[in-house]
Design a protein around this ligand. Structure first.
Ligand code: ZN
Ligand code: ZN
Length: 437
């Protein structure tokens, strides 16, 4: 039997209370980890099918990248990006989004000389200094897909198709797209003027934030969640009436493709997204039905960014992409239909059995069986409780006597019925029983 650890003096404790993670930052722990892995795997498989290559971009980038990429007047850069000066005097930022870093890498690595288009995807944590609230964290995960080197409207539809496929494969049965076009720099200029003229006469009814946004970037007013600003928005001019011929025909074609694919969508004339680099198509995906789900927070968002590469002093590269909010997706389905974690739980009694099981692990790995075990534990009851917690359908129990007889006890966790199995070809015998479940 193992003995309890020796006691240490309380004077040796460094903190009175255990330290907590910083505000707004969360641990990803079981069972969320299971859903994180599941979503990442779906992204990888569907991404591969659609021709995307994995890319890993750094967590830290030059501060200027986001100021020029995302936009210096955006909430993300102005209020939410963590920036710091290094000992060497450089200003760096923790990435608040993926697209700018991926385009920086595309330019730096000369990917414009690769066969076009270049499709890239990535997965990882991002950082924004936001007010923590349900589903919003200061370190959060995104899956990001970027289709670089095509200006054809069919690309927008292909990107949206991939987004809907991922959401469906993850188990979110109904969802729809909110879509809009925000035009090109040319036609958006006219829309900006109209929007400014509309809001200028109503300055006193705007929230303080919007009053300053009116001077800097009038499109940001359409993102405001303030009640008064939302009411004013209802009567605001819509961009559809200001799109140039090319932008208008691009958008019409995207919509035609979506119709052809039977993808549910609604036109949202005020969808602009909070980043400066977008042009033409912008979209978000929300759970539920278009009729009832429009107030739901979006699970993913994206759009076209034909000018970003040029803006970052690279070659002209029309592009389209989207980013999935991993935590939001996971919250949608976690705690529902939780899948069993292990196929079989291995229990042992005594040192001989412990050693024997340790040697048998490889057989289970080769057979690709998901197993649970805790070789350091003595009590059989505690081991069976673990088997229950992991929702293992079966347990195997190995004691001194079984080792000598080359046998093992097989237990059906649901019925409690036990039988004796030969150790030879054990994995195969387990697999047969799993197949009958
Ligand atoms: Zn245009
Ligand atoms: Zn406002």
């Amino acid at each position: 039997m193992s003995r309890p650890l020796k006691k240490i003096s309380s004077k040796k404790r460094v903190f009175k209370e255990p330290l907590q993670a910083p505000k707004g930052v969360h641990d990803v722990i079981f069972p969320e980890t299971v859903y994180f892995s599941k979503l990442e795997k779906i992204c990888e498989e569907l991404g591969e099918f659609f021709g995307y290559q994995k890319i890993e971009v750094p967590v830290i980038e030059n501060k200027l990248l986001f100021e020029h990429g995302v936009g210096i007047d955006t909430d993300i850069v102005e209020k939410e990006t963590y920036s710091f000066q290094t000992k060497g005097g450089d200003w760096l930022s923790l990435r608040p989004e993926f697209t700018s870093g991926i385009i920086r890498s595309y330019i730096q690595n000369g990917m414009d000389s690769w066969p076009q288009p270049v499709k890239l995807w990535t997965w990882g944590p991002l950082f924004r200094y936001e007010n923590p609230q349900a589903g919003r964290y200061r370190q959060f995960w995104q899956a990001d897909f970027e289709f670089l080197g095509s200006e054809n409207p069919v690309t927008d539809a292909e990107v949206i198709l991939l987004a809907t496929k991922i959401v469906k494969a993850f188990g979110i049965k109904s969802s729809f797209i909110e879509i809009n076009s925000i035009g090109c720099p040319e036609c958006r200029g006219n829309y900006r003027k109209a929007l400014k003229a509309y809001y200028r006469s109503k300055t006193r009814k705007l929230c303080p934030d919007c009053r300053s946004r009116l001077k800097k970037n009038v499109l940001r007013l359409l993102d405001c969640k303030n009640e008064g600003c939302l009411t004013l928005k209802k009567e605001a001019p819509e961009i559809m009436n200001y799109l140039c011929k090319d932008c208008s025909s691009h958008f019409r074609k995207v919509i035609e493709y979506l119709d052809g694919l039977n993808i549910a969508y609604v036109l949202n004339p005020f969808l602009v997204r909070g980043l400066d680099y977008y042009n033409r198509t912008v979209f978000e995906l929300k759970p539920g039905m278009p009729e009832t789900g429009q107030d739901a927070p979006s699970l993913l968002g994206g759009g076209r960014f034909d000018y970003l590469a040029k803006l970052l002093s690279g070659p002209e590269t029309p592009a389209c992409g989207f980013a999935i909010g991993v935590e939001r997706m996971v919250e949608m389905i976690s705690n529902k239909n939780f899948e069993p974690e292990v196929d079989v739980y291995l229990c042992q009694i005594g040192d001989t059995a412990r050693g024997k099981l340790l040697g048998m692990l490889e057989e289970f790995r080769k057979a690709r069986l998901k197993i649970g075990f805790d070789l350091g534990r003595d009590s059989l009851k505690a081991q069976l409780t673990s088997a229950d917690r992991l929702k293992a359908p079966f347990a195997l129990i190995l004691g001194q006597e079984e080792v000598l007889r080359e046998k093992i006890i097989f237990r059906d966790m649901k019925t409690g019925v036990q039988e004796s199995l030969n150790l030879e070809n054990l994995a195969e015998q387990i697999k047969k029983r799993l197949a009958k479940l």
